[in-house]
Design a protein around this ligand. Sequence first.
Ligand SMILES: CC(C)(COP(=O)(O)OP(=O)(O)OC[C@H]1O[C@@H](n2cnc3c(N)ncnc32)[C@H](O)[C@@H]1OP(=O)(O)O)[C@@H](O)C(=O)NCCC(=O)NCCS
Length: 208
Amino acid sequence: MTESSPATPTCLPDRNALVLESARLLLRPYRPVDGRMYAAMHAENRAHLREFLPDVLGHMRTAEDAEAQIQRMDRQWRAGEALIFGAWERGSASYVGEVYLANADWHVPSIEIGYFVVAGRTGQGFASEAGGTVIRFAFEFLRVSRIDLQCTADNQASARVAERLGFLLEGRQRLRHRKRDSSVVDRLWYGLLRSEWEQAMNPGPAPA
Ligand SMILES: CC(C)(COP(=O)(O)OP(=O)(O)OC[C@H]1O[C@@H](n2cnc3c(N)ncnc32)[C@H](O)[C@@H]1OP(=O)(O)O)[C@@H](O)C(=O)NCCC(=O)NCCS
């Protein structure tokens, strides 16, 4: 660490004005008006997401609970602690899932990505598309030099998303995560470097 290196990024975009777009999706930070939808989504997806989300979200019941959670997200965003995006399908405007950036080390700078897709919309490439859009934001706007991604070794769908997004498996921690059913599983750590991402975005001319 050097004395001049930043503890937080010098400038985070105004979350109220930020919208990211991909071929099928719009991604933006949640707004208070999303509270009712967010509470209903968590109620409908409790079993699907229980393994992956903190208890505080499992306890969310009402639109007011969700609005309070969205206000927390606002504070976390401004502190550079967590940048959380909801993802909506452009055509139908239906909600498909969430991508977050968190656990940053702004001295590197690096940040971790995570995601979920609601039950009923999985297997359509939405996690890969939304993840790729937020990765672009992290490299181009936050100017991070690497992105971390972790998942449990039994989460094949998440591991496939990581690999499809270009992450390299960097490590496997044995028996490192206790699941809610009390079983203990390995944890996989993936990484994506800026140079690898730039190469994948601009592969250059194919060899003659
Ligand atoms: C993991 C998750 C985000 C994947 O979302 P998704 O939109 O279905 O992902 P995509 O469609 O972009 O890609 C999924 C890939 O995994 C594969 N896949 C999907 N479900 C799978 C499963 N149950 N087992 C193995 N592979 C699976 C798909 O075939 C696809 O592989 P491909 O790249 O070879 O085509 C989603 O299942 C989810 O939200 N799960 C619960 C929360 C979670 O696990 N979050 C990640 C925590 S680390």
